[in-house]
Design a protein around this ligand. Sequence first.
Ligand SMILES: [Zn+2]
Length: 166
Amino acid sequence: MEVLFTPWRYPYLTSPKSEKLPECIFCAAAKTKNRRDTLTVFRNDDALVMLNRYPYTNGHLMVAPIEHEARLYDSSDASLRALIRLTAEAQRILSDVYHPDGFNIGMNFGQVAGAGVADHYHLHIVPRWNGDSNFMTVTARTRLVPEDLDVTFDKLEPHFKKIMNE
Ligand SMILES: [Zn+2]
């Protein structure tokens, strides 16, 4: 198995979570007036789409319900429908903007399974390119610098705006 090497995630993985995250990031994104502050490219009554602040690749998105639930089976039908609908829209938009060769789309439940925020479920969408796990490896003191998150926000947000009122 090839492993993505993402050194920029290291400060996140080693920071004390209780101090850095006073509130659930998804609930904060659901409430904020300034969506850019929380990197939220789309939000409606049932679900939202935000950029991952510590991306595995450019265009790494997260889709989450507005309701604070830890498990799919506690979630409302409206949330579940919105989640998969938005995942489909996000995959289409990422395909149009970034032209990836593939995607990893998935969910982790519980700390043991790798969930960074275990009590508000969310789905990761990670675009993949042929060879991305090779060129991201640290070699001769070079490393891939991910695209600035403001740039990613500006590329994706207009596409999500088009579906905002649909
Ligand atoms: Zn929450």
